[in-house]
Ligand binder design. Structure first.
Ligand code: ZN
Length: 187
């Protein structure tokens, strides 16, 4: 089932998400729905707050990038209760990011190139690994959502000022995108 995506201004995107346990209701279905929603919206990553749930659950699908990045052929993964436990600050890079919760906004974000992450996979097996490249960026973006952060929090005050009107338009529901979104309550 395709789920509506919560966009900028929805309070759930600013909440600290909670860890879940293996008995979380209908978890398998929720994960399947998140992948379906992600694919339909042409995204590479989706965090549970983006579909209105304040839980630490993320799906990443980099298989769609395999033509440019063959190392991600078949890459579709679920991250449960993920945390970044270490940053390798020796190298950062700056790349343009977008977000399904911020339609029509693309900005360069500087992030460390290498991170150490801890998470449970879909079988609730614990992983502790160093990650780099595009996946590391994608994880940092998605895991930020679980801490109530969005990529526009990581751009310079000047850039933020320059996109002020776009953000305001999102808050007012004045935007178009090719996927279903959750309407904000009218103020
Ligand atoms: Zn996002």
């Amino acid at each position: 089932m395709i789920l509506p995506i919560y966009t900028y201004g929805q309070p759930v995107l600013r909440k600290e998400a909670q860890d879940i346990t293996a008995d979380y209701p209908d978890l398998k279905q929720l994960i399947a729905d998140m992948f379906e929603t992600l694919t339909q919206a042409d995204g590479v990553g989706l965090a549970a707050p983006q579909i209105g749930k304040d839980i630490r659950l993320v799906v990443i699908d980099l298989d769609v990038l395999k033509e440019d990045m063959p190392e991600y052929d078949g890459f579709k993964k679920v991250y449960i209760n993920p945390y970044i436990i270490e940053y390798d600050d020796t190298e950062t890079d700056s790349q343009e990011e977008g977000c399904l919760s911020l339609p029509a906004i693309h900005e360069k974000v500087t992030r460390p190139k290498r991170i150490r992450v801890e998470y449970l996979d879909s079988d609730f097996q614990l992983h502790d690994e160093w990650v780099d490249g595009f996946l590391a960026r994608c994880m940092q973006h998605e895991f930020d959502h679980l801490d109530g952060k969005m990529f526009v929090d990581r751009i310079s005050p000047l850039r933020k000022q320059l996109i002020k009107n776009k953000l305001k338009a999102l808050l007012q529901g004045r935007f178009r995108c090719g996927y279903k979104t959750k309407l904000l309550p009218r103020k």
